[in-house]
Design a protein around this ligand. Structure first.
Ligand code: SAH
Length: 374
């Protein structure tokens, strides 16, 4: 048994070497050390956030994404049907999260900035906060919002309505790579600015990247981890990049969007990224994301073994799941939320980890940040 590494500053080139498989003792030692830091800094409990993908309408055109504005067809050639769940449907799903013992939920959708959309989400947040109060959750469900870049005023209104966490992935911290993946009107600097805005308002801020993007180097990924540290992120959500649909078919994938890494390599790299992030950032919440499971049936459990401590079981109503396919092979599409609840519990218990039931499971990093602001 060797002691987990505790150096305060780890260099980008050292992280890069770990990502390349050169951690002393190999991947098993990397997982071991990352898990030791997990236990020490955030505990063994796995926290759950019921994920509600409440709308696939989107005004952005991220080239990799299956629900981007210009996506007309789905995998297999069927038409992508745009939807937005009603307020009541979302609140009902929130109640299901409470019944399942999840202390928190995540509201995710495509990105729209219209006043009516923001008003809608604010109303939903308010209703969830009042209608999910129980004796075990006196302040209602914890709410994470993930609806992209919004104005400062919109972020503030969401925060005032009771959302206290926000996820906004930077997607890649390399501005050139970012520019290749997005249309010119979607600017890296705007995304960065939005992250700072969220922080200033008082949200617990989560960010993350896709791993194995075409044109992405190990150095880029190592720099991503340094980026997380530089913005003092509280939560990290990242997973393998997956081509958005089969390269053949009506919605043909641009050839320059095909990753040069095999899927097993992308999974391995994603696990190393999780572990390296745990070793460098230490007390943040890290999600084992759905995309890990798109590559391997036990991808999310592997993520937990490499230092993740959050899972986001999908709670989107079954009838809508087939229209929220961000990428090829998204798992759990044919399941309903009851199946996802029992499967999630079984998976976590199967690896011997306790579940943080009926708590928000806030990022210890955030709590420390609040106690001693910079
Ligand atoms: N509109 C919201 C939510 C976007 S979808 C926002 O902008 O934050 C949530 C995440 O799915 C994205 O941030 C992206 O990292 C991930 N995603 C999208 N397409 C993907 C793909 N092809 N492979 C892997 N992850 C993808």
């Amino acid at each position: 048994m060797h002691e987990p590494r505790t150096e305060p500053a780890i260099s980008t080139s050292e992280i890069e070497s770990w990502l390349g498989g050169e951690y002393p003792g190999g991947d098993a030692a990397l997982a071991h050390d990352a898990y030791a830091v997990t236990l020490q800094e955030v505990g063994s409990e796995v926290h759950l956030r019921g994920l509600v993908e409440f709308s696939n309408r989107c005004n952005c055109d991220c080239r990799y994404c299956g629900i981007r504005k210009s996506a007309g067809t789905q995998e297999g050639g069927s038409r992508l049907q745009r939807f937005t769940l009603s307020e009541d449907e979302i609140v009902t799903t929130a109640r299901r999260c409470v019944e399942a013992g999840y202390g928190s939920m995540t509201l995710q959708s495509g990105e729209r900035r219209s006043a009516s959309f923001v008003r809608f989400v604010v109303r939903v947040v308010r209703r969830i906060k009042t209608e999910t109060r129980t004796s075990v959750l006196p302040k209602g469900l914890g709410i994470t919002v993930c609806i992209g870049e919004q104005s400062e005023e919109s972020y503030r209104r969401l925060f005032d309505a009771g959302a206290h966490r926000y996820l906004l992935r930077i997607e890649t911290s390399n501005p050139d790579l970012f520019a290749r993946l997005h249309p010119r009107c979607q600017r890296f600097d705007d995304r960065l600015e939005a992250l700072h805005r969220l922080k200033a308002i008082g949200f617990q801020v989560g960010t993350g990247v896709m791993i194995g993007l075409p044109g992405q180097s190990l150095k880029d990924l190592a720099a991503d981890i340094q980026f997380f540290r530089s913005i003092d992120a509280d939560m990290i959500g990242m997973g393998p990049y997956l081509e958005r649909s089969l390269p053949v078919g009506t919605d043909e994938l641009d050839t320059d969007l095909v990753s040069r890494l095999s899927r097993p390599d992308r999974l391995r790299l994603s696990l190393r990224m999780i572990a390296a992030t745990r070793l460098v950032l230490r007390d943040v919440n890290i999600a084992a994301t759905t995309a890990l499971q798109a590559i391997s049936p036990h991808g999310r459990e592997a993520g937990l073994a490499f230092g993740a401590n959050v899972l986001m079981p999908i709670m989107t109503p079954k009838t809508r799941r087939g229209n929220y396919l961000l990428y090829h092979d998204k798992p759990c599409v044919d399941e309903d939320s009851t199946a996802c609840v029992s499967c999630t519990v079984a998976r976590i218990h199967g690896i011997g980890r306790p579940i943080g039931m009926n708590t928000w499971g806030d990022s210890p990093h955030f709590e420390r940040r609040m106690r001693s602001p910079a």
